[in-house]
Design a binder for this molecule. Structure first.
Ligand SMILES: Nc1nc2c(ncn2[C@@H]2O[C@H](COP(=O)(O)OP(=O)(O)O)[C@@H](O)[C@H]2O)c(=O)[nH]1
Ligand SMILES: [Mg+2]
Length: 150
């Protein structure tokens, strides 16, 4: 299955990233909500090679594609070029009834117990459930990731 992605470089004017020049890479399967999120955030485009954070979106309602999403995420997590990069995992579309819970999403992505500060792995990774169209949840995620951006 084609793995589509959107690049995002810029200055986030809100969400805990005030005055930080954050070069963030937004990834996720097609239809996960990347473009919707980019339109929601205010940004200026510029082009640098370095990525400060990776935002990986998953459609929490599309359970049939969790395995595919896990495969792509695993490839990113094993990419040496991204080893020091914080991963913000956004489980999107929780406004839809029967969207996966955080536990369910973590289970299917192989992220149960894999989180910063919980001691199991030395990884800058956290999962936040959100609804981008509902404008909720992702703000906390960006606040979390902002601690790693100078
Ligand atoms: N219900 C719901 N739909 C969403 C949400 N975020 C995005 N979508 C929809 O999901 C579809 C794919 O979004 P898009 O941003 O194009 O995904 P992309 O392929 O990752 O860029 C669009 O129809 C969006 O309106 C959300 O939080 N809730
Ligand atoms: Mg798109």
């Amino acid at each position: 299955m084609m793995f589509l992605f959107d690049w995002f470089y810029g200055i986030l004017a809100s969400l805990g990233l005030w005055q930080k020049e954050a070069k963030m890479l937004f990834l996720g399967l097609d239809n996960a909500g990347k473009t919707t999120l980019l339109h929601m955030l205010k940004y200026e485009k510029d082009y640098h090679a370095k990525v400060d954070a990776l935002v990986y979106l998953v459609d929490a309602y599309d359970k049939e594609r969790f395995a595919e999403s896990k495969k792509e995420l695993d490839a990113l997590l094993s990419d040496e070029n991204l080893a020091a990069v914080p991963f913000l995992i956004l489980g999107n579309k929780i406004d839809i009834p029967y969207a996966a819970s955080e536990d369910e999403l973590r289970y299917h992505l192989g992220l149960t117990g894999v989180t910063t500060g919980k001691g199991k792995v030395n990884l800058k990774l956290e999962v936040f459930m959100c609804s981008i169209v509902g404008k909720m949840g992702y703000g906390d995620g960006f606040k979390w990731v902002s601690q790693y951006i100078k």
